[in-house]
Design a protein. Structure first.
Length: 239
């Protein structure tokens, strides 16, 4: 089978490509040409330049890749950026998701997997979460209206990924020995990249389940911070 991964040049997309390329023909797609070149070098997979906000670019990529499965991982993921730049967030996460869905349905792609976030679970409290919740509802409502099957997966904080809170906290420790946080009793939901990849593969294999949430670690921030500032600092491989 041929698999097209939107946002495929990011942290999750690269790991997913490495896991799937031995059993599938994997093609990555992204809008940052520098990242596209690096991802191709790291994964050995071909990369197509594509901006999901441009439906013609999405159409061109799908025509070229001829995928059986599309994993839609392209997104604006930063909560703070989404609050300050809501147009960008809506354009990518809502309009971009709509473009991918329309093209997949039009071109007869058999399966579309939408990558979402645990923040989309109610109560929705920020713009980023709202756009992802809209994507979920869109994809679930489209399921059964064409030959394309839709499913969504929800992740928490993808440990040590680009934008993950863990490297941010570690950088604070390295720079000042202090960590700024909203409160020690709060909890963060963490998932390892290998678990995220496995969840997407499970979603593809069990397409009849509409939304798949993973079993995630949800430690108190106080415990996580203690492990970061302990004599033996937490390493990416330990999560």
């Amino acid at each position: 089978m041929r698999v097209l991964i939107t946002g495929g040049t990011g942290f999750l997309g690269r790991h997913l490509a490495l896991a799937m390329k031995y059993d599938h023909d994997v093609v990555l797609a992204g809008r940052n040409n520098k990242q596209n070149m690096l991802a191709s070098e790291r994964t050995g997979c071909p990369v197509i330049p594509m901006d999901v906000t441009n439906i013609e670019a999405v159409r061109d990529a799908v025509i070229e890749a001829k995928p059986d499965i599309v994993v839609h991982a392209a997104a604006t993921k930063y909560v703070d950026v989404s609050e300050h730049q809501p147009f960008e967030c809506v354009d990518v996460n809502v309009l971009g998701s709509e473009n991918v869905a329309r093209v997949c349905m039009d071109k007869g792609v058999s399966t579309l997997v939408g990558v979402s976030t645990d923040k989309a679970a109610p109560p929705v409290r920020n713009t980023y979460a709202l756009t992802k919740a809209l994507m979920e509802r869109m994809y679930c409502s489209l399921n059964g209206k064409s030959d394309t099957r839709f499913v969504c997966v929800r992740f928490g904080n993808l440990a040590w990924s680009t934008g993950s809170v863990l490297p941010i906290w570690k950088r604070m420790v390295d720079q000042s020995g202090k960590i700024g946080t909203t409160g020690p009793e709060m909890r963060r939901f963490f998932i390892k990249v290998g678990e995220a990849v496995e969840l997407i593969q499970t979603a593809i294999a069990h397409i009849d389940v509409r939304i798949l949430p993973p079993v995630e670690r949800h430690p108190r921030i106080f415990g996580t911070l203690n492990s970061l500032i302990a004599p033996l600092p937490m390493k990416p491989s330990s999560l």
